[in-house]
Design a protein around this ligand. Structure first.
Ligand SMILES: Nc1ncnc2c1ncn2[C@@H]1O[C@H](COP(=O)(O)OP(=O)(O)O)[C@@H](O)[C@H]1O
Ligand SMILES: [Mg+2]
Length: 484
């Protein structure tokens, strides 16, 4: 009956997890192993291409849905789901397995062992895990999962957004799964509080917006947590930046230059920030502030802080500003702010020009210029009541470099500007680009063609600083090489 599906779901070589002896079927098909809600990670790298494709086109026919619904309804009539949820995942799965097998034989449904396994896995996912999302969550090659109501699930793979065949039984099932996700962080999502941020146990970030705000069923967005963060070498390999550009970024990181990373959503800001933190010396005390911890610093002396949303009663919120302000009392050498989006901009700038050199942060803007004006408006809107000239002077006194990240129309990510903030002229902030990415056309296959080039500046404003740290020779070499 589900021949196509089971064939497509040929097992990927997943490192076998310990399994209870009583489940021989799981042995022959490791992917069908019952997955506890939290940990299901199949490394995309270890998946052969065919298996990857199979996972992508997880074909769910109408017939399959119908059979599953029949069995599912019978299951719900038989057992108390809330009691089942109290069991540990292994025993719960065993319980489901027994009942489903019974239902299949009572209803006289014809299916092979592997079809039965597939179905069982699906039902377990529904009852115990994140339902139809499980196979997507298990894939490491997916960056984002976007659910627009029960029947449309999109994913982003290699920079491209694609529709998947995955769907939910109905909007109620989708809401149920949203509820299960957010309840893990002690929150609730329903008509009275339809917006909710949460995090999966693996660190993936989740946003839910439920009806009536989202009109066609709940919208669920998951930014998947990548365990293997990209390094600067990867960025060079992907041509996100030129080797010379990477070298200049290294000098910037080494020499404690205050840096802001600007870019649109998904343009690679956090990735880039993570890369830059790799250039921080081992003996520096670094404090990171994030909304959801994503950065992975390798240094030994790091304190990681995370904001907290208000609880169900609407109290207990700890904002980014609270964290950054508190940071200053923790004797940091550098402060790293995951994403600057509000009044904490003021505190970060203060930190930057009061001896916490080499502090960094990301912000949402489409060009270095726009980043500056965003920064200014964040401070203005923070209610500090400062004249704009003062704010600009403060920005110039604090921020040394803006690195601009962009996601181009072909899905590739590029660092499009490395720009210095050098001073003010009258009321205007003066910047100078060190590197830019020039787009000069398109390949036949739609890929954007362009190249990184230096703007020919041989002595950037941070030259003296580079010299102080003994990095000026490296800097000069990189700039020279880029100018050729
Ligand atoms: N230079 C790059 N090349 C390819 N993929 C990248 C690059 N930079 C980031 N990514 C991927 O893009 C996704 C979004 O990156 P992220 O840094 O979280 O973006 P942002 O913080 O701007 O929203 C991640 O899956 C990340 O691995
Ligand atoms: Mg980010």
């Amino acid at each position: 009956m589900f021949g196509k599906r089971s064939e497509l779901e040929t097992p990927a070589p997943v490192p076998a997890k310990p399994k209870p002896a009583a489940r021989p079927a799981a042995q022959e098909n490791p992917k069908k192993e019952v997955v506890p809600p939290k940990v299901a990670t199949v490394s995309a790298k270890t998946m052969p291409p065919r298996a990857k494709k199979a996972a992508a086109s997880n074909n769910q026919s109408e017939e399959y849905f119908q059979t599953k619904t029949t069995i599912f309804n019978a299951l719900i009539d038989t057992i108390d789901l809330s009691q089942l949820a109290q069991l540990d995942p292994e025993s719960a799965a065993e319980e489901i397995r027994d009942i489903v097998n019974e239902i299949i034989s009572i209803k006289g449904l014809q299916m092979s062992i592997s079809e039965q396994e597939a179905l069982l896995q699906d039902i377990c996912n529904d009852v115990l895990g994140y339902g139809p999302l499980e196979p997507l969550l298990a894939r490491d090659d997916i960056a984002d999962i976007m659910v627009n109501g029960a029947s449309r699930v999109f994913i982003e793979v290699e920079g491209k957004i694609e529709l998947t065949p995955v769907r939910f039984r109905d909007n109620a099932q989708l809401m149920n799964i949203c509820q299960r996700i957010v309840s893990q962080v002690g929150r609730r999502v329903d008509e009275s509080s339809p917006i909710c941020d949460a995090r999966l146990p693996d660190g993936s970030r989740v946003n839910v917006i439920a009806p009536p705000l989202s009109i066609d069923g709940a919208a669920l967005t998951i930014r998947k947590f990548k365990k293997d963060k990209l390094t600067i070498a990867d960025l060079v390999k992907f041509q996100s930046i030129s080797p010379e550009g990477a070298k200049v970024l290294e000098v910037i990181g080494n020499c404690r230059i205050n840096t802001l990373i600007s870019g649109g959503t998904g343009s690679g800001k956090t990735t880039l920030l993570n890369c830059l933190t790799a250039f921080i010396e081992e003996d520096e005390r670094v404090i990171t502030c994030e909304d959801a911890a994503e950065l992975q610093l390798q240094q030994p002396h790091v304190v990681r802080l995370e904001t907290r949303p208000p609880n169900l009663e609407g109290t207990g919120e700890v904002t980014m500003r609270d964290l950054v302000k508190n940071c200053l009392r923790m004797r940091p050498e550098r402060i790293i702010v995951g994403e600057v989006r509000g009044s904490e901009a003021f505190d970060l700038l203060q930190a930057m020009n009061t001896g916490h050199d080499g502090s960094m942060g990301t912000l949402h803007a489409n060009s270095p210029r726009e980043a500056l004006s965003r920064l200014e408006s964040m401070i203005t809107m923070g209610g500090f009541n400062l004249p704009s000239r003062t704010i600009r002077e403060m920005i110039v006194g604090s921020v040394d470099i803006i690195v601009q990240a962009a996601r181009l129309r072909d899905g590739s990510r590029r660092i499009t500007h490395v720009t210095e903030v050098i001073g003010t002229e009258g009321d205007t902030i003066i910047t100078q680009d060190l590197f830019v990415y020039d787009i000069d056309g398109e390949e036949d296959d739609g890929r954007v063609r362009g190249r990184h080039k230096s703007t020919g500046i041989a002595r950037p404003a941070f030259w003296d600083r580079a010299k102080y740290y003994g990095k000026h020779v490296e800097l000069a070499e990189a700039l020279d090489a880029a100018a050729e």
